[in-house]
Write a protein that binds this ligand. Structure first.
Ligand SMILES: [Zn+2]
Length: 133
């Protein structure tokens, strides 16, 4: 069991609850998502919970034609590519996630800086954080 307040398992659990919870350094104000026990900026352990708005913009992306098994099982592949992206959140951190709602038939039209908002995708019995254009 991992009973740390902020960990990959605490993050996974909040995503199952369809909430985006990170950690904020009380000493320097840096915010982290996924949440961290120790501030990446000042190494303080004085962290508090912070809720993210889920708003951000597309910072980088890749259109995936040969996805991993779990995504093939979800119906993605050569004829239905999915987009893996890096999202710059309005609160500052960047996070990788699936991006939905983009025109994967015309990947050259996908623009860096496209406004995105968080959504939750259910695959099997798990919930994943994704972003939609
Ligand atoms: Zn800090």
């Amino acid at each position: 069991m991992n009973d740390k307040k902020f960990s990959s398992s605490s993050y996974f659990q909040t995503i199952q609850d369809k909430k985006i919870i990170g950690s904020k350094c009380v000493d320097c104000g840096a915010v982290h998502l996924p949440p961290r026990e120790i501030c990446a900026t000042c190494l303080s352990e004085n962290m508090e919970e912070v809720s993210f708005s889920g708003k951000g913009e597309l910072a980088a992306y890749s259109v995936i034609y040969v996805p991993p098994t779990a995504m093939i099982e979800a119906g993605f592949g050569r004829d239905n590519p999915n987009v893996a992206g890096i999202v710059k959140l309005v609160e500052g951190p960047m996070i990788s996630a699936q991006i939905v709602g983009l025109d994967t038939k015309n990947p050259a039209e996908i623009k860096i800086g496209t406004p995105l908002k968080a959504t939750f995708v259910e695959r099997g019995d798990r919930v994943f954080l994704a972003f939609e254009a």
